[in-house]
Design a protein around this ligand. Structure first.
Ligand SMILES: *Cc1c(COP(=O)(O)O)cnc(C)c1O
Length: 292
């Protein structure tokens, strides 16, 4: 299980984002591993532990062709010698995405199922009746949120914790583990996903906690991008040396920059931006798009 050294995680000041009297620091979860990067390690770790302790024959999980969760699960299972199977949404593509190539390289068996079969999460007949440990789609689960609650940072040093939101599992874990004085603000990577708040709340230990999600920085929707986003990601990298991915963290940092500019946070606020990794996803961009 000890494939990630959580002691390598640093918290770095970001002067480029620290304006209008607000202090912004970034939690570098992206640096811990090139593929099991960022929040995916935290969401997976207790699932892996249960799969190992329960002596399951293999791990099965679900995702799309560009899912960081699929790539991370493949790499984490390989590191623990656990056979794993990825059920991928949609027809088998003529040429595989980098995510799928990576997953296959790590030994994940890939099975493509139709969008309807996928919606019902039916297993291909070959797998029925086996003793598999199933990790829900995208890692959305209480177990995943418990893992995300172990994301390490100095709880007393920040007033606002900011994170990207996909399934909301990481955000739920961050709310469950935050200090009482602090608040967590999620920035959605999805367009108009109005169920997100209730999906996060379903994973909260205390259901009365507010779930604050900003839906303004999706740039057209999940895995969509615009030139203004790419330009910002390049500017951020030039100014800070911090690489971001175009699906989640580029939008997160853009949103933080913009909210700070608009005086959304009172002067004196101490912000922690969670860099949740996902950089392998940038391989699907045309070469030369990003300067890093
Ligand atoms: C998967 C992912 C997220 C979203 O995490 P959820 O727990 O599904 O909300 C955010 N950032 C990155 C880089 C990711 O890969």
């Amino acid at each position: 299980m000890d494939i990630i050294d959580e002691d390598l995680i640093t918290t770095d000041p970001v002067p480029f984002l620290s304006q209008n009297g607000v202090n912004v620091q970034v939690l570098r979860l992206d640096t811990i591993h090139p593929v099991i990067s960022g929040n995916k390690w935290f969401k997976l770790k207790f699932h892996l532990q249960q799969a190992i302790e329960g002596k399951y024959k293999a791990v099965i999980t679900y995702g799309g062709a560009f899912s960081n969760h699929i790539a991370a699960t493949a790499a984490a299972c390989a590191a623990n010698d656990i056979p794993c199977i990825g059920i991928i949404r949609g027809e088998e593509p003529g040429s595989y995405s980098h995510t799928l190539i990576n997953a296959r390289k790590y030994g994940m068996q890939l099975h493509f199922i139709s969008r309807t079969g996928y919606q019902h999460k039916t297993l291909p007949p070959a797998f029925e009746g086996y003793d598999y440990y199933i990790i829900p789609e995208g890692g959305y689960s209480e177990t995943g949120a418990s893992g995300a609650a172990t994301i390490p940072y100095n709880k007393s040093a920040f007033d606002h914790i900011l994170c990207a939101v996909g399934t909301g599992t990481m955000m739920a874990g961050l709310i469950n583990s935050k200090a009482a004085h602090a608040s967590v603000l999620g920035l959605s990577a999805l367009k108009n996903h109005s169920l997100l708040e209730s999906e996060v709340r379903a994973l909260l230990a205390n259901k009365d906690q507010p779930v604050l999600i900003n839906h303004a920085y999706h740039f057209g929707g999940y895995a969509k991008q615009k030139p203004s986003l790419i330009q910002f990601m390049n500017e951020l990298f030039s100014a800070t040396g911090i690489p971001t991915d175009f699906v989640y963290t580029g939008k997160l940092f853009y949103g933080v920059y913009d909210l700070v500019q608009q005086n959304h946070f009172p002067a004196g606020s101490r912000l922690l931006v969670v860099h949740s990794g996902g950089l392998q996803g940038n391989l699907s961009l045309r070469k030369g798009t990003l300067i890093f």
